[in-house]
Design a protein around this ligand. Sequence first.
Ligand SMILES: Cc1cc2nc3c(=O)[nH]c(=O)nc-3n(C[C@H](O)[C@H](O)[C@H](O)COP(=O)(O)OP(=O)(O)OC[C@H]3O[C@@H](n4cnc5c(N)ncnc54)[C@H](O)[C@@H]3O)c2cc1C
Length: 535
Amino acid sequence: METQVLVVGAGPVGLTLALDLGRRGVSCMLIERNETSIQLPKMERCNARTMEIYRRLGIAEKVRDAGLPRGAPMDVFLATSMADPAIVRLPYPSVAEAKAGIAAHNDGRPLEPYQLISQYTLEPLLRAIVETLPGVSVRFGCELTTFTQDANLVSATVRTSTGANETIRAAYLIGCDGGSSTVRKQLGIPLQGEGNIRKLRQALFLCEDLYERIPMGKGRHYHIAEGPLFPFIILQDSTRHWTLHAAASSDGEMADIFKRSLAMPIGFRMLSVNEWTQHLLCAERYGEGRVFIAGDAAHLVIPTGGLGMNTGVGDAIDLSWKLAATLAGWGGPRLLASYQSERRPIGLRNVKVSAAAMSGRLSWRAAYRPGVRQNTPEGAAIRAEMAKRFDVEQRKVTEILGIEAGYRYAGSPAVWREPGEGPDPDNPRFVATTWPGARLPHVWLNDGTALHDRLGPGYTLLRLGKKRLDTSNLARALRARGAPLEVLDIGDEPARAIYGYDALLVRPDLHVVWRGNQSPEAAEAIAAVATGHNP
Ligand SMILES: Cc1cc2nc3c(=O)[nH]c(=O)nc-3n(C[C@H](O)[C@H](O)[C@H](O)COP(=O)(O)OP(=O)(O)OC[C@H]3O[C@@H](n4cnc5c(N)ncnc54)[C@H](O)[C@@H]3O)c2cc1C
C-alpha cells in the first residue's frame, strides 16, 4: 500500500483534511487534477467555527495575516449605488472588535470570530502548510479517473499531467473533489434536492482606490438596489479586489454593470468573468465501504450564508480523527459509519438554511420598484419598504451563528444518549450547551487562557469544579481500548458554571460524548460508544 488515505481534490476541504490527517500522523496522499490552486474567486468568509478549527490546527493567525486586515469593518449595505447614501447599513464588527468582545465575555460564545479571506488566497496558504507535513505527499496535475475497492484496500487509477496512468493503493479514499465529484458518481450516490436553480455571472475587478472612497463607508457586502439584475459587490481580502455577481447576459455586460454600480469616476480593470450555477443538493449517502465523500462532493448550497466551504471543513474535521482512530486500531467498526450519521443531517440542515437565506434575499428584492432612486415621496416609500424587508431578511444570511457553530450531533451512534430533548440543534441563535453531541463551548480560564487550547489531540476527560468526581472507571475503559486520553482537572468556577456538570468526556473534534455529576456507572458502554465499538 502506498498511502493510508488518498484524498482526492485540493480545494479547501481536501487541504484541511490532509492537514489534520498529517498532524495526526496518518500517511496521506493529496491529489489534485489542476496544476495550480484555484485562481477564480469563490468563497470569501471563514466562519467562527472554521476559525476555531484553524486555531486548533495552529494556523488561525496565519489565515488572518493573509486575509482582510483585522481592523476592517464587516458591514453589509443596501444602496442604489456605491456613490449614494445607504438605504440600510447592517453593522458588523471588524475581527479586532469581535476579538475584543470575545475577550470581554465568558459565556461560552465561540473562541474565534469570522475571517474574510478569498478562496484564492486561502488555498495556496493551506497548500504551503500541508506541503511541510512529513507524512503527506501533495501531487498537483494528478487526476483520479477510476477506482475499485475490496474489504482491505482501495485501488485508484490516476492520470498525471504527462498523460501517464498510475495506480495508487490506499486503505481509504476520500472524495473532496467538488460538486461534480468523480468519486460520488462512481459510487452511484445520487444528489437529492433542487439542482440548476439559476445561473449567475461573477467578475473579479481590480479597483485600487474604491475602498477608500465609498461615501456610505467601508464594509464587505454592497447590494445594489437596481432590478432586475440586483448587482451584488463583494470586497475581497486585499481591499483592492472586488467581485460582482449579477445575472448578466454576457461577460462584457459585467463591466458595464460594475461601472453603473460605482456611479463615480474610478478606474478599474476586469480580471476575470465566469459563470456559476446555484444548487441546493445533498448526497443520499456520504460514502460506501472504504470510500467517503466530503465538502461540495457531498452537499451543494447557494453560498448566501457562507455555508459551502465552512460545512465542508466541518466534514473534514469529523472524518479525520475517525480515520486516524480506525487506522491506529482503537477506532471500532462503527466509528467511520458515524461520519454519515453526524454530518449528513448537518449537510441537509445547511442546504435548508441556505434556501431560507436565499428566499429572504428574494423577498427584499421583490419590494424593488424602478422609482427607487427618485427624490419624491414615492421613491422614499419604495426605499422604506426595501429597507424594512432587508433589515429582517438579510439577517438570515449574516446572523446565524447557531447554525455555523452551534450544531450538535443529535442521535449520533458515537455520542452517549441522554434522556430528554436537548436544545434546538437548528436554532440560528447561538446557545452554548454541553448536551452530548454539541461542540464544547469555549471558556476562559482564570489565568486568561482558553480551555480549548488545553485540550490535546485525543479524548479529554474534564473534571470541573471542586468536587473531583471519580471518573477512573471511564478513564480505564477508554485506555483499555487503546484510545488516547488525557484527564484534565479544572477548578475554575466559570468553567463549572458554563458547562453545568462535574465531568465531561470530550472527543478529539471537541464534541461532547458524555457529561455527568456522578461517577459513570456505564463506563464500559460509554467508552464503547465513544470509540465506535457499540453493538
Ligand atoms: C460565488 C461563490 C461564493 C462562495 N462563497 C462562500 C463563502 O463565503 N463561504 C463558504 O463557506 N463557501 C462559499 N462558497 C462555496 C465554496 O466555494 C465551496 O463550498 C468550496 O469551494 C468547496 O470546497 P471543496 O474543497 O469541497 O470543493 P472544491 O473547492 O470544488 O475543490 C474540489 C477540488 O477537487 C479537484 N478535483 C475534482 N475532480 C478531481 C479528480 N477527479 N481528481 C483530482 N482532483 C479533482 C478540483 O480541481 C478542485 O480543486 C462560494 C461559492 C461560490 C461559487
